[in-house]
Design a protein around this ligand. Structure first.
Ligand code: HEM
Length: 178
């Protein structure tokens, strides 16, 4: 009790305020601090969202012919790279649908891949993450065509998959001629 009296006396002496007024003002200052600092956190998040939107809205870059291996890094793990996905060997820039295909998204497993087989079978099996459509039924191939039509309409095509770089083959051929 003696400590309480000492503290309240000291408050009154140093601030000229009653202890109740002092604690009310202190509490209000804490609240104002929390609200103001909360605004700054929100501003940070806003900047991050804007940055992501800018990346998503960038003009798609044409890649030409690339291999499946070269497509892999465009799976959203590098936020500075566009998000790409292929259907029947055609590569689409799906960056505008980062919420679907970006890390943590429901269809993130398709990013950086040719997902033809998975889409035809409506499957999330990792073994179906391939452009190989061998053995699919007519109705499954029809499902795949519907997906292809959707992607053609919604996304920009930025290249096509090749089993090996043509330029490398040409270089090899030249070596053979030499
Ligand atoms: C319970 C099952 C499922 C539900 C409730 C569901 C729901 C949805 C919804 C609400 C959308 C957003 C549609 C839009 O706004 O355009 C969507 C998109 C999509 N779904 Fe599903 N889905 C399911 C299963 C699947 C399966 C099995 C696959 C393929 C293996 C799949 C592939 C996709 C793809 C690729 C998109 C994105 C298309 C785009 O880029 O616009 N979904 N799904």
């Amino acid at each position: 009790m003696a400590l309480y009296t000492t503290v309240t006396d000291a408050i009154t002496q140093y601030t000229g305020l009653s202890p109740a007024a002092f604690f009310t003002i202190s509490a209000m200052m804490v609240v104002v601090y929390k609200v103001v600092s909360g605004m700054f956190v929100a501003a940070d998040a806003y900047v991050a969202v804007k940055r992501e939107q800018q990346i998503a809205l960038r003009e798609p870059v044409q890649l030409g012919s690339i291999t499946e291996e070269e497509l892999r890094p465009y799976n959203g793990s590098d936020p500075n790279k566009p998000l790409l996905m292929a259907i029947k060997g055609k590569i689409y820039d799906v960056s505008r649908s980062r919420m679907f295909y970006g890390p943590g998204g429901p269809y993130a497993l398709f990013a950086g891949r040719d997902a033809s087989r998975a889409l035809a079978l409506m499957s999330f099996e990792p073994s179906d993450l391939t452009g190989n459509t061998e053995g699919l039924s007519a109705s499954e191939l029809e499902v795949l065509e519907d997906w292809e039509a959707k992607f053609e309409e919604k996304y920009v095509k930025v290249g096509q998959l090749v089993s090996e770089k043509t330029s490398t083959v040409v270089e090899e051929d030249q070596t053979k001629v030499d």
